[in-house]
Design a protein around this ligand. Sequence first.
Ligand SMILES: *Cc1c(COP(=O)(O)O)cnc(C)c1O
Length: 245
Amino acid sequence: MEELKERKAAVLDQITQAAHLSQRSPNEITLIAVTKTWPIEVILAAYEAGLRHFGENRTFELAEKRPLIEAQLGQDSGIQWHFIGHLQSRKAKEVAQFADTFHALDRVKIAKKLQTHLGEINRRLNVFIEVNVSGEMSKSGVLCSQWENDATQQADLRKVAKAVLDAPNLKLVGIMTMAPWGAPPSDIKTIFSRTRQLARWLENDVKCQRPLNLSMGMTDDFDIAISEGATHIRVGRALFGDRRK
Ligand SMILES: *Cc1c(COP(=O)(O)O)cnc(C)c1O
C-alpha cells in the first residue's frame, strides 16, 4: 500500500511536470490506472490511494471485477471503468454491460453490436475510436498511417465515426492510439502529434462535439503524449509494477 502511494505520487509528479512544460494544466489529464491481471485487492488499494479511473483489456476480467468492487464500495463509489482492449463482436455484450468508456472501437460492426446491447439494457457508453497512425501491421485500430493525404483512409475513419454518432446510446468522446513498439522518442512524438491533428481534422469533418479527447500514452511514453495533447493516459506498470501473468 505504501509503495502504491509512492508510485502514484511519482506518476502524478511526472504528469504535472509534463503538463507545465507544455503550458497545460495537469487537471486536463485523466489518469487511467490499468489494473489488467491484478486482483481486486489491488484495485481496492488503488481506490484507497485516491485513484478513480480503472482500465481493463479483457472482457472477462472487467465482467468479473466490476461487480466484486461494487459489492465492496457500492454503486456510487465514483469509479469509472474503461475498457481499453481490442474487442471481438461476440464479446460486445460485456463491454455494453460493464464499461463506462470504451477506448478501442475500430469497426462499424462493433458500433452496431454495442448499440444493440446498450439499447436493450438502457445504458450509455463513451467511445474513443482507435486509430493506427504508425501503420504497424500488428496494431489494431482504423488504419490512418497516411491519413493526411489518403482519401480512402479518411473515408474509412469517417464511416466509423458516423456509425458512433448515429448510435443513440454511444457518445463519441475522442480518438485513441498506441505508439510504435520500441521506437525512438522523436518517432513516438511524431505519431502523437499526427494523432492530435487527426482529432482536429475529424471533429471538423463530421461536425461532432469538440474538442475530441486524446487517449494516448502509457508507462513508457505518457510524458511525450502529454506534450502532444493527451487528455487520457493509460498507465499500468508505473503504478503497480510488472504485471502478473
Ligand atoms: C496494458 C495497456 C496499457 C498500460 O501499459 P503500461 O505499459 O503497463 O503502462 C495501456 N493501454 C493499453 C491498450 C494496454 O493494453
